[in-house]
Design a protein around this ligand. Structure first.
Ligand SMILES: Cc1cc2nc3c(=O)[nH]c(=O)nc-3n(C[C@H](O)[C@H](O)[C@H](O)COP(=O)(O)OP(=O)(O)OC[C@H]3O[C@@H](n4cnc5c(N)ncnc54)[C@H](O)[C@@H]3O)c2cc1C
Ligand code: FES
Ligand code: FES
Length: 467
C-alpha cells in the first residue's frame, strides 16, 4: 500500500496529518491527536525512554527505536511508526509483553512500553541476544521501581521470538510539508539544497534534531522554515577507502559506530556510550560537530586523527581541517548557508595506538564531563609520535599540540610525569554543574596515568569500567 500525501503509517494504518495549528512532536501527535496513550511522556528531553517508538524507513525492515518526544512530526512524514499498541493487544499480547509479565518485569508500568519497544527493536535486529546487547538496548530507558534484573531476564527469555515487524508497505517520502507554522523543506540531493539556499533567506538546518529540538517550545507561533538534511542522499553515504572512511555529514551516530567497529575498534566504547540507541539513531555526526559543544564526544577523536571536513554551501564545496573548525564556545566557522557535507576520518598509522575515553556522571546516556583522545606511537618505550585532544577542558574541544610536541622523544614514564605536572598550562577547565575545575584537572591527569598503564601492559585500550 502506498502511503498518501501528508500521512504517517502508524501500526500499519495510514493516518493523515491535518488540522494541526502549531508544530508539535511525534509524541504529542500520537497521544493527543490519535489517543495512542500507551506511549508515555517522562522527561520530554530524550533521557528516560518512556516515549520510545519504533521507526522503519522505506520498508527496509530495519526497525530503530527513537524518542518520540525529541522528533518533530515533520521529520517522520511518510515514515512507518510502530507504537506499543501495534505490538499486541490484551487478547493477543506480543511475546515480549508476556515475558515481562512472567518475569515480573513491571510494577508501576510507566516505563514498561518504552522498555518493550527497545526490547522488540533488539529482538528484530541481527544482534546476538547477550547481557551486553540487552544492556545497550535498554541504556536509554529508565526504570525507577522494578529494577533492571527482571527486565533483562524478560528480554533474554524472549530471545527466540525474533519477529520481523516489516510492514511491507511502499513508503512515499513526502517533499516539502507545512505543519502549523513550520515548513519543512526536504531537498533530496545537494543540488536541490543549493536551489533552496539561493532562494530562501530565513531558515535553520535540521538533522536528527536531538539538540535543536530540545530548544523549547517546539510549539511556537513563529513562522519557521527548516531545511531537513536527513533526506539528502549524499549526506547519508559511507565510503570505505584504503586510507580513510568518508562519512556523509548526515550519517547517524549508530551507523558511524557500526562502520568503525571492524577497523577502529578503539572507538567502539565511547560511541556505544553516546546517549542511547534512541539518541544514536537520530543524532548525526554533522549535528554533533555543528553544536560545537566543548563536550561533544566526536571532536576529540577527529582532532587526533587529523580529519578533514567537507563544507557545502551556496558558493560550492570546500574542505577544511577539523582543527580550523571551532571558533569559540558553541561557535564554528560555518556561514549561515553552509553545512558539513562530509567527514573524512583517516585510519591511524598501524604503528600507532589509539585511545578514546569519556568520563561522565553515569556510564550510559550521559554527556562527558571530560574526555581525552590519544593517537600515539612509541618505540622502545620512547614516544615517537603523539596527538592529544581533550573535551570539557576549554571553550571548544581542544587539540593539545604544544603539550604533545613537548612529550615526543621522551621516555614514557618521564613524558607522563611531564604531562601530569604541566597539563594545567595547556587547558582552561571551568567549574559547572558537571564538575569543578579541580575535578576536571585531576580527571585529565588520571587519564594520562591510564594511558601509561595501557602502554606498559601493551593493551590497546582499557575500558573506563576496568578500574
Ligand atoms: C538524551 C541525550 C543524550 C545525549 N548524549 C550525547 C553524548 O553522549 N555525547 C554527545 O556528544 N552528545 C550527546 N547528545 C547531544 C546530541 O545528541 C548530539 O550532539 C547529536 O550528535 C546532534 O546531532 P543532530 O543530528 O541531532 O543535530 P540537530 O539537533 O539536528 O542539529 C544541531 C545543530 O547543528 C546544526 N546542524 C546539524 N547538522 C548540520 C550539518 N550537517 N551542517 C551544518 N549544520 C548542521 C543544526 O542547524 C543545529 O543548529 C545527547 C543529547 C540528548 C538529548
Ligand atoms: S519522554 Fe523521556 S525520553 Fe522522551
Ligand atoms: S515499572 Fe515503574 S518505573 Fe519501571
Amino acid at each position: 500500500m502506498a502511503v498518501l500525501e501528508n500521512t504517517i503509517l502508524v501500526n500499519g494504518k495510514s493516518i493523515e496529518v491535518n488540522h494541526i495549528q502549531y508544530d508539535i512532536t511525534l509524541l504529542d501527535w500520537l497521544r493527543n491527536y490519535n489517543k495512542l496513550t500507551g506511549t508515555k511522556e517522562g522527561c520530554a528531553e530524550g533521557d528516560c525512554g518512556a516515549c520510545s517508538v519504533i521507526i522503519e524507513e522505506n520498508g527496509s525492515g530495519n526497525l530503530r527505536p527513537i524518542n518520540s518526544c525529541l522528533v518533530r512530526l515533520g521529520q517522520v512524514m511518510g515514515g512507518s511508526i510502530t507504537t506499543i499498541e501495534g505490538l499486541g493487544s490484551d487478547k493477543n499480547p506480543h511475546p515480549l509483553q508476556i515475558a515481562f509479565t512472567n518475569k515480573y518485569a513491571s510494577q508501576c508500568g510507566y516505563c514498561t512500553p518504552g522498555f518493550i519497544m527497545s526490547g522488540v527493536s533488539l529482538l528484530n535486529s541481527n544482534k546476538k541476544i547477550t547481557d551486553d546487547s540487552i544492556n545497550d538496548a535498554i541504556s536509554g530507558n529508565l526504570c525507577r521501581c522494578t529494577g533492571y534484573s527482571p527486565i533483562i531476564k524478560a528480554i533474554k527469555s524472549a530471545a527466540k521470538y525474533r519477529i520481523t515487524q516489516n510492514n511491507k508497505q511502499s513508503i512515499k517520502k513526502n517533499k516539502n510539508i507545512t505543519i502549523g507554522n513550520v515548513t519543512y523543506l526536504k531537498p533530496s540531493n545537494l543540488k536541490e539544497l543549493k536551489n533552496y539556499l539561493d532562494d530562501i533567506k530565513n531558515f535553520e538546518f535540521l538533522a536528527g534534531g536531538t539538540d535543536l529540538n530540545l530548544q523549547r517550545p517546539i510549539i511556537n507561533q513563529k513562522e519557521d522554515k527548516l531545511i531537513c538534511l536527513g533526506s539528502i542522499v549524499e549526506l547519508n553515504k559511507i565510503t570505505h577507502l584504503k586510507e580513510k572512511i568518508v562519512f556523509g555529514g548526515g550519517v547517524t551516530i549508530e551507523s558511524f559506530l557500526e562502520a568503525v567497529r571492524p577497523k577502529m575498534p578503539e572507538l567502539v566504547e565511547i560511541l556505544q556510550r553516546f546517549g542511547s540507541p534512541q539518541i544514536r539513531n537520530q543524532g548525526t555526526i554533522g549535528g554533533n560537530l555543528c553544536t560545537s559543544s566543548p563536550i561533544g564526544d566526536i571532536a576529540p577523536i577527529l582532532l587526533v586523527l587529523n580529519s578533514d571536513l567537507g563544507i557545502f554551501g551556496r558558493n560550492g564545496f570546500k574542505k577544511i581541517n577539523i582543527k580550523n573548525f571551532f571558533r569559540g564556545y558553541r561557535k564554528n566557522v560555518l556561514k549561515k548557508d553552509e553545512i558539513i557535507s562530509s567527514v573524512e576520518i583517516p585510519y591511524a598509522n598501524p604503528k600507532n595506538k589509539l585511545f578514546s575515553w569519556k568520563l561522565s556522571k553515569r556510564y550510559d546516556q550521559d554527556i562527558s564531563t571530560v574526555s581525552l583522545a590519544i593517537n600515539i606511537q612509541t618505540q622502545k618505550n620512547v614516544i615517537k609520535e603523539l596527538h592529544i585532544a581533550a573535551g570539557g577542558v576549554a571553550a571548544t574541544p581542544k587539540l593539545l599540540n604544544k603539550l604533545s610536541e613537548l612529550m615526543v622523544e621522551k621516555k614514557l614514564d618521564e613524558a607522563i610525569k611531564f604531562a601530569i605536572d604541566n597539563v594545567e598550562k595547556h587547558i582552561q577547565p571551568i567549574s559547572d554543574l558537571r564538575g569543578s575545575r579541580h575535578y576536571r584537572l585531576e580527571a585529565i591527569k588520571g587519564l594520562f596515568r591510564r594511558l601509561q598503564i595501557c602502554l606498559m601492559q601493551n593493551k590497546n585500550s582499557l575500558s573506563i569500567m576496568d578500574f
